[in-house]
Ligand binder design. Sequence first.
Ligand SMILES: NC(=O)c1ccc[n+]([C@@H]2O[C@H](COP(=O)([O-])OP(=O)(O)OC[C@H]3O[C@@H](n4cnc5c(N)ncnc54)[C@H](O)[C@@H]3O)[C@@H](O)[C@H]2O)c1
Length: 256
Amino acid sequence: MRLAGKSAVVTGAASGIGRETARRFAEEGAAVVCADRDAAGAAAVSSEIAARGGTAIAVDADIASAGDVARLVDEALRARARVDVLVNNAGVTILGGVAELSEADWQREIDINLSGAWRVSKAFWPHMAEAGGGAILSTASIAGVVAARQDAAYVASKAGLIMLTRCMALDGAPHGIRANCICPGFVDTPMFDGFLAEQPDPAHALARAAGRTPLGRIGTPRDIADGFVYLASDDARWITGTALVIDGGLTAGLTE
Ligand SMILES: NC(=O)c1ccc[n+]([C@@H]2O[C@H](COP(=O)([O-])OP(=O)(O)OC[C@H]3O[C@@H](n4cnc5c(N)ncnc54)[C@H](O)[C@@H]3O)[C@@H](O)[C@H]2O)c1
C-alpha cells in the first residue's frame, strides 16, 4: 500500500474526481478526511470507505468560508493529529465569456477555485510545516494551460491555481512541503455532465470531446485519482512545483 500510515484531507470529496481520490487514497492505506459543502455526499463517501475496511471521516465545509475552513482544520487534526496530504479539489464551473460574466459570477468562480485552494492550504500550512512537511495537491485543469471560449473566469481561476502551486512549491520547500497539481482533460463526472447539459446537442458534444482526445475517450475519475496517489506517495519525493497534465493527449498538439 503506497499511502500506508498517511493522513489525507480531500476537498470536494462528495463527487467525481474528489470522491474517487478519497476512495483510492483509502485503498492505498491512508486515513481520509472527506470534506465537502455537500454534507450528505461527504458522509456517504466516508461510510463507503469505512464499509470497505478503510478509515475516513466526513466534514461538512464550504471552502469559500474562512470559518468552515478553520473548523475543517480543527476536525481533521482532532481525528488524526497530523495531516500529510491535502488535495484541493473542490471546484465549480460557471460558463461565460469575458463580456457576459457578471461581477458576482466572476468573484464566485475565483473565490472557490483559486482563493479556496489558497485559503485551505494556508490553514493547514503551519501544521504541516511543524510536523516536518507534507504534500499539497490541487486539481487544476487543462483550462489553466490552454484557454477556452466562453469560460473566462474558470480558465483564469485554473491558470492562477497552477501558479499558486508553483508559489507553494517555492515557499514550502524549506519546510518539507511539496506542492503539485494535476491538469485533467475532459473527465466523466457530474460537473462534466452539467457542461454537456448546457450544450445545444449534449450527445454530439460528448462524442466530440472523446473524438478530439487522441487516446479516443474522455477520462474517468480513476485516471485522475491514480495521478494523485502517485503525487501523494513517497515515489514523488523529488517532485514539486509541477503541473501534471492527464488528458489523454488532448493538449499534446494539433491532430488535424
Ligand atoms: N470533470 C472534468 O472534466 C474536469 C476537468 C478538469 C478539471 N476539473 C476539476 O476537477 C475538480 C473536481 O471536479 P469534478 O469534475 O469531480 O466535479 P463535481 O461537480 O463532480 O465535484 C465537485 C465537488 O466539489 C464540491 N464543491 C464545490 N464547491 C465547493 C465549496 N465551495 N466548498 C466545498 N466543496 C465544494 C461539490 O459539492 C462537489 O462534491 C474541480 O476543481 C474541477 O474544476 C474537472
